[in-house]
Design a protein around this ligand. Structure first.
Ligand SMILES: NC(=O)c1ccc[n+]([C@@H]2O[C@H](COP(=O)([O-])OP(=O)(O)OC[C@H]3O[C@@H](n4cnc5c(N)ncnc54)[C@H](OP(=O)(O)O)[C@@H]3O)[C@@H](O)[C@H]2O)c1
Length: 306
């Protein structure tokens, strides 16, 4: 299939592009300010009037995976106008353009549309977003669905490998551990994190099976951030000494941090015939890839290929 991935210079889009290419699709990735890169070769500012329509008229894709967003909750709180422009208005324009060119849309949303009161949440549960980021993402879901051509994938926290090697939660933990810095992690904030490899398989699967509406897209295990840190340390053979178990209630967070936005993703897994891995299994894939990259880079001339 011919696929456009918006936000391919970002964490999620940057992992989806190689996954979809490996599955045999012809993929064009877009960037806004951080490109071009191997994954994101086309510039695109979705806030520019008509930009999405022009891109789609040129590319003529079968499907658009929309991973571009104002995705930093703190920045959204500070600049709600930009958050709305990117997460609502641009989604509206893009979804209409996708429909008008006869394609389908996979729109990425977030577990943070829930207030964290009583996970795991199913697709039947009513969202109650707490922050500007979450509110605009929720409104963006509605705009995408109104086009009639969209599948909204509500993603959980994404972990694994990032294009830069520094963006994911597990990479942050590893970096601090190697630097001998303390790693404070909340013991009372629960998620169902999903690894980049499984997310790639899910989005690939959604290219083959024409699903519409909203689906939850998390991993196979609910755990706290502290428990996640323990898994990283165990898989990477790190000392647990630097891990500090802390409470989210001990910090004044703006925007508010929901306690438990874990997702029940059983419906999507069943529709695609996929088994969702537990966190340890998925982390061991990441660790094995990283170890072989690092071994390769440490050989004479090896680093030049990275
Ligand atoms: N990361 C997670 O753990 C996670 C969890 C749940 C849901 N999600 C969802 O997954 C999606 C991707 O998140 P992410 O973490 O990959 O975010 P990210 O790393 O911040 O990437 C955001 C992407 O959007 C692009 N972008 C921003 N403004 C744009 C504009 N005006 N026009 C065109 N492109 C624009 C950025 O381009 P430049 O960088 O080139 O400027 C970048 O490629 C979002 O919808 C997010 O809600 C992510």
């Amino acid at each position: 299939m011919k696929v456009v991935v918006t936000g391919a210079s970002g964490l999620v889009g940057g992992r989806l592009v190689p996954a979809l290419r490996a599955a045999g699709h012809q993929v064009t990735g877009t960037f806004h300010q951080r490109g071009p890169t191997a994954e994101a070769e086309r510039p695109l500012d979705l806030c520019q009037r008509g930009a999405a329509a022009r891109l789609l008229a040129e590319e003529r894709p079968d499907l658009v995976v929309h991973a571009a967003a104002a995705a930093n909750p703190t920045e959204c709180e500070l600049d709600p106008d930009r958050a709305r422009a990117v997460n609502v208005d641009a989604v509206d324009a893009l979804a209409r353009s996708v429909r008008d060119c006869g394609a389908r849309l996979i729109h990425l949303s977030t577990d943070l549309v829930f207030d964290g009161g009583r996970g795991p949440f199913t697709e039947e549960d009513e969202p109650a977003p707490l922050s500007v980021y979450a509110q605009t993402k929720r409104e963006g879901e509605r705009r995408a669905l109104a086009s009639g051509v969209a599948l909204v994938l509500r993603c959980a926290l994404v972990f694994g490998q990032s294009a830069s090697g520094t963006r994911t939660f597990n990479e942050w933990i590893l970096e601090r551990a190697r630097a001998g810095e303390p790693i404070p992690l909340f013991n009372d904030e629960y998620r169902t994190p999903i690894d980049d490899r499984t997310l790639g398989r899910i989005v690939s699967g959604c290219l083959e099976v024409d699903l519409r509406g909203t689906r939850h897209c998390g991993g196979g295990e609910r755990l706290s951030r502290f428990e996640f840190g323990r898994r990283v340390a165990e898989v990477a053979g790190l000392s647990l000494d630097g891990l500090e178990s802390t409470s989210r209630l001990a910090v004044e967070a703006v925007p508010a941090r929901p306690e438990d936005v874990s997702l029940d993703s059983g419906k999507l897994a069943a529709e695609l015939g996929l088994e969702l891995p537990d966190v340890r299994t998925a982390l061991s894939w990441w660790w094995k890839d990283l170890a072989s990259h690092e071994a390769h880079a440490s050989q004479p001339g090896g680093g030049a290929e990275r």
